[in-house]
Each structure stands twice: as structure tokens, then as C-alpha cells.
Design a protein around this ligand. Sequence first.
Ligand code: NDP
Length: 299
Amino acid sequence: MTAKIIDGKEFAAKVRAKVGEHVARLKKDHGITPGLAVVLVGEDPASEVYVRNKGKSTVEVGMNSVEHKLDADTSEADLLALIDQLNNDPAIHGILCQLPLPKHLNEELVINSISPEKDVDGFHISNVGMLSTGQKSMVPCTPLGCLMMLRDHLGSLSGLNAVVVGRSNIVGKPMANLLLKDSCTVTIAHSRTKNIEEVVRAADIVVAAVGRPEMITGDWIGEGATVIDVGINRIPHPEKEGKNKLVGDVHFASAVEKTGAITPVPGGVGPMTIACLLANTVTACSRANGLEEPEGLTA
Ligand code: NDP
């Protein structure tokens, strides 16, 4: 079987273009420019790169980007005061607090202090609850990106057998809820799942979010299944000494022989995450102003 390789980079570019069109309409027809505020506490180099990329992508689609960089020893009270100020700022439609936070800060408390309507990461407990009860909510970016790619490739997901491997709060659980909302029959597999290979083999859709390099091999995959590989793992490069290589949670070379379609790593789910952050920001801005939501950019 020749598998389709789902090109996340190309798809993310389309999503960003759609966001850009909607932003242009908001500006032209309503004089509104969506604004995203990103808060970074401390100097974690990886987080600094993410925040820079988010800011750059935000400006590229015509939205306003505001960055707040706070010292690593910022007190919880000062961070909460900043979030309160952003919650009350009508020019800010999305707020993202880059995780992980320094150890002395209570992550749950901080996330739950963001207005649910501005919580573009979709991690606020109200958004988690609304997603799990099938209500309109802000949806975490990575699972939203996976859902968009699945809908684009398969059309209706109704009745399909979906297996999500991994039960984290940021990927596995919201992914399962989104698939359920699209009427899939959903199984969540995790480290205690018995006969996991058999469970995965029965799936029409496999979403792998495990964090274990190339764990899911071709013999786990049912003929013609659609595979979305969320994993990002750095392993020593087999040919280049001293260099690293990025691989997913799926063993691409063997899986591609069985799948109907598969996302590569890199270039699959990764690029969709920032694109969906932009999508969530324009959605939040439209909702805040009582305007029509952008089509195809929400769950
Ligand atoms: P977590 O570590 O929070 O969760 C991993 C999940 O995998 C857990 O539920 C765990 O089960 C399960 N698991 C671990 N080992 C096994 C095993 N041997 N068999 C079956 N299940 C297992 O990871 P995240 O959800 O945060 O991330 C998963 C992957 O996705 C990582 O590689 C991460 O880097 C990547 N990622 C990529 C993003 C992107 O933008 N592309 C964004 C976010 C994450 P249990 O609960 O039982 O311990």
C-alpha cells in the first residue's frame, strides 16, 4: 500500500493563511486587531525560542503580539497581577503563559487565573470541562491541529475506530474528547494497557502521544489506518556522530508500509501547533466581539 504522507508544514501554511484572511476581515470590517499576549517567566532557552517563534508568527498573520518577560524569581502575586491586567485589557484576546513555570509557581493556579475566554492554550479547567461535556470551548492547540489534519484527510470521522496512545492532559485526553465529539469510537491506551499492540491494530485512526522514540512499529498498525504521530523525541543520529535526530513515537519506515496516511516527524504535527495557537487567538477575538467564528479553524 502506498501511504499518503500528510505534510504538516504545508497544511499549517494553509491554516495560517486562513487566519490571516480572517484577521484582515476583522480589521477592515470592524476595526479590530486581534492581540496575543505571551508571558515567559525565567530564562529557559527552549521556552525563549518558542516564545520568539510565537511572537513572529502572530505578527506575520497581522495580529498584535505582546511579550512579557519576567525574572525567574517573580513572585506568584506579581504574575497573577499581570494576568489580571491582561484579562482586563480589551486589546488582548489571547493569553498564553509559557510552561513549564519555575518550581516556586503553582502552574494550575496560574493557568486557572487566565480568563477562560482568553485561554488560547485551552488548559483552563473550565475549558477542559466544556470540551469534555461537548460544549464550545478553547481547545488545546496540538490536539486541535491533529483533528484538523484528520478531518482534511478523512472527511467525516463518524463511526471510525480511533485509538489515542497516551493520556496526558495536554494531548491524549483532549484528543480523545475531540474524536468522541466527532463521533469516533475512542479508546485511550497508556502504559498499563494490556495487549496494546492488538488494541492499536484494530484502529482506523491512531494518534500517538507517548514520548517514546519509535515505539509503535508497522506490525502494530492495521492495514490502511491513518496515523498521526505527535511524538517529538531526540535520539543520537545513527550516521552522524555527535549529532541528534528527531523521531516520532511511531517507527516511520515500517509503519508507512501499512498506513493509508501518516504524518512525518519532523514536519507533521509540530508546525500545526503554532498555527492552531493563531487560530485560537482569532477565534477568541471573534467570540469576544460577538462576531462570526472563522470557518474551519475551530473544533
Ligand atoms: P506525557 O509524558 O505527559 O504523557 C505520555 C503518555 O504516554 C502517558 O499517558 C503515558 O502513560 C503514556 N505512555 C508512556 N509509556 C508508554 C508505553 N510504553 N506504552 C503506552 N503508553 C505509554 O507526554 P505528552 O502527552 O506531553 O507528550 C507526548 C509526546 O508528544 C512527547 O514526545 C512530546 O514531546 C510530544 N508533544 C508534541 C507536541 C507538538 O507540538 N508536536 C506538543 C506536545 C507534546 P501513563 O499515563 O500510564 O504513564
